[in-house]
Design a protein around this ligand. Structure first.
Ligand SMILES: C[S@@+](CC[C@H](N)C(=O)[O-])C[C@H]1O[C@@H](n2cnc3c(N)ncnc32)[C@H](O)[C@@H]1O
Length: 268
């Protein structure tokens, strides 16, 4: 689908948001097709490693690729700074949880400046986890400060609700940012995919997998619930993705539902 979207655009500039290890990104073909290719990632180590293993033809070397390291929603540094202000004397983990909730509730999303606009914008498997780097940062602060109280935090209803609201704000701002990055009118395209559902898969002695249930990974039930009226769906698809299938009884694997769309501007 990414290459189909790229073919509709015909060339120019493209950006990949949350590039990661480029597992789903046909990077060589994109480098061949576009004059400018920007990769954005919060931790570029895996992206750099993946680029070193790519077989770019001489005519489409990786010198046209620009790397930007940063947080797409600007939450990680902000939350980290705010949580550090927690008074050092606090030894009661319940005060720590209150502080965590207050910091997360107050967190303002600030989309990353990443140039553009672009002819093709690719946001593959990043929407549902765009707030996660910030969440991991403050959670590890809490666990460092209050060892053995990680479960108390994870089970706190106030915390679960506060994180849910931050996730919804981050997703919403991310979608708004995609709109901002997409070139006005013409043939510009956005490829957007997300893992919207998750099930843990337990291998059983009897053979078939068992699952305790299906969990929604995004604040809104389906990808189409995020799409503004100004976008036209050109192609839509969904598929199951089993990551690390469990082979023997006791092993746990992950089953995701992936949804993807290629959209253009309704006025394009
Ligand atoms: C599931 S991977 C998908 C990687 C790639 N897009 C693909 O489809 O193969 C999601 C990537 O998004 C990155 N990411 C998540 N939140 C981010 C954020 N707020 N800012 C920048 N990158 C982020 C993660 O570090 C990870 O590499």
């Amino acid at each position: 689908m990414i290459l189909q979207a790229a073919a509709q655009v015909g060339g120019g500039s493209a950006i990949v948001l949350g590039a990661g290890a480029l597992k789903e990104i046909p990077i060589v073909e994109l480098a061949e097709r576009f004059d400018r290719l920007v990769l954005v990632e919060i931790d570029l180590d895996a992206t750099r490693r993946a680029l070193r293993t790519c077989a770019f033809p001489q005519s489409a070397g990786c010198e046209k690729i620009e790397l930007i390291e940063g947080d797409l929603v600007g939450l990680k540094t902000r939350l980290s700074r705010e949580i550090q202000r927690c008074p050092a004397v606090t030894t009661d983990h319940r005060c720590g949880i209150d502080r965590m909730c207050a910091v997360v509730e107050a967190a303002q999303v600030q989309p990353l400046e990443s140039g553009g606009p672009y002819d093709l914008v690719i946001a593959s498997a990043v929407l549902s986890q765009v707030y996660k780097p910030a969440l991991d940062e403050v959670t590890s602060w809490f666990e460092g400060r209050f060892p053995d109280q990680g479960d108390a935090l994870r089970q706190s209803h106030e915390w679960i609700d506060a994180v849910g609201r931050m996730a919804a704000r981050a997703e919403c701002a991310f979608i708004g940012h995609l709109d901002h990055l997409l070139l006005e009118g013409g043939h510009s395209r956005l490829y957007l995919s997300a893992t919207t559902r998750y099930s843990a898969l337990h291998a059983t002695a009897e053979g078939p997998w068992a699952s305790p249930g299906i969990f929604t990974m995004t604040s809104r039930p389906t990808l189409s619930d995020y799409l503004p009226d100004t976008w036209n769906i050109i192609q839509a698809s969904s598929w199951p993705w089993v990551a690390a299938p469990p082979r023997t009884a006791g092993q746990v694997g992950n089953l995701y539902r992936v949804e993807a769309v290629v959209v253009g501007r309704a006025d394009g």
